[in-house]
Design a protein around this ligand. Sequence first.
Ligand SMILES: NC(=O)c1ncn([C@@H]2O[C@H](COP(=O)(O)O)[C@@H](O)[C@H]2O)c1NC=O
Length: 511
Amino acid sequence: MKKRALISVSDKSGVIEFAKELKTLGYDIISTGGTKKLLLENDVDVMGVEEVTGFPEILEGRVKTLHPNIHGGLLAKRGEESHLRQMEEQGIEGIDLVCVNLYPFQQTIAKPNVSVEEAIENIDIGGPTMLRAAAKNHQYVTVVVDALDYDEIIAELKLHGEPSLEKRRKLAAKVFRHTAAYDSFIAEYMTDVSGEENPERFTRTYELKQTLRYGENPHQQASFYRAPLGSEFSVAMARQLHGKELSYNNINDANAALQIVKEFTEPAAVAVKHMNPCGVGVGSTINEAFSKAYEADSTSIFGGIVALNRMVDEDTAKQLHEIFLEIVIAPAFSDEAFEILSGKKNIRLLTVPFETTNKIERKLTTVEGGLLVQADDTFTLDDADLRVVTKREPTEAEWDAMKLGWKVVKHVKSNAIVVTDAHMTVGVGAGQMNRVGAANIALEQAGVKAKGAAMASDAFFPMDDTVEAAAKAGITAIIQPGGSIRDEDSIKKADQYGITMVMTGIRHFKH
Ligand SMILES: NC(=O)c1ncn([C@@H]2O[C@H](COP(=O)(O)O)[C@@H](O)[C@H]2O)c1NC=O
């Protein structure tokens, strides 16, 4: 008996050639409205789905293939006598190959200001139903959802008459991943528009961006998936202009560096090691900003990742070239800068569009047996929220230093203390189990530079010992959330040493 293929595609690229090859291989082709029209216009003889269903396409195409003559033909077990008998009784013929791709829901909701009505019209119903039916019955039916598979399918058909069961199973699995991802987009969109914040199920879909050589350590297998509707301003969307493939740790570090540099509107440079900033500098030019970031900790930057929020120019490239760096990320590189830096084999050069989005990203953290979901910590400080709690008001330079420290400390692993002057970090205490321990690390690193510098703390001081340590090192300004029952002790201590202290009312734990 002649084989039959059903083709119904929204993305019609490659489908004419595919259908022609199928015809040559002896297939009869069934098609829906637009696909049929295109194929007929290109001299591919096809029959309309309505000839099979005996029913016209209705409701603006909402119902066209949803019919027993189609789904019986897809789902019947060819080796099961009762199925074959019922097919004959009902006049249903088998369909051996299904080629379907779906209404572009993802592309539709990615459009700015798309209406809910337009989004809903782009929820495909008949397509996934056929794909799932054919995938379920892959023992007898070949199912193709990806135009990239057309050539391979044709090659297999030419060689073996039909793809092997193993191949059909792989195609079926691909279909179920595809329809699951498609439904996940719909679920995510509908959850958002219905304003549900804590749905009883959390579904997301990610696309493979890169298979990694290994994970955090060489014995760990790893891959990198990107969120299809995620922010453009991200390591997942970064364009690599030069250098070796990014590693797992590179991706984490580059992400951390980008998150920090995003805090700044003025020229800023951020150096990161092990996901913590080791040097952050600001200036009136990117060159000045990088010089400061380098000066901040010229030891730790070695082997680090640097993110800059302005185009890398020739002078900055010359400076960057002097150091061993894993990655430089920036909005762009001047031709001269690219020429200089790409001379280094081991450096990776990445660009990302530095555009701010209002999109609220969810931050996902896996724990054994579960997933924690929270809104990203996108809070930025408003001057009106700042409360000077000491007798002495900050000087202008102290305000600058404290605000710089506050932007940085938010991104340092807790307990976190950052010591800054008005242009750069001079000490970073990260990931300590007690606050004064983090302060001691930051102050020791700052050394004499702590004199007249500011201290930023990601969370309140449980007692006055950190203020005491700061005072002894010469710190003159402190910024911290406040909120401890012992706040008064810390304020008194600051007053005792003539330190100015500002409370933000906001905590920035980062674990
Ligand atoms: N309603 C149905 O019965 C139905 N059957 C197939 N489709 C979709 O219609 C699209 C192709 O339509 P056309 O051939 O008219 O351009 C495909 O993306 C296919 O997934 C349908 N559309 C939506 O549900």
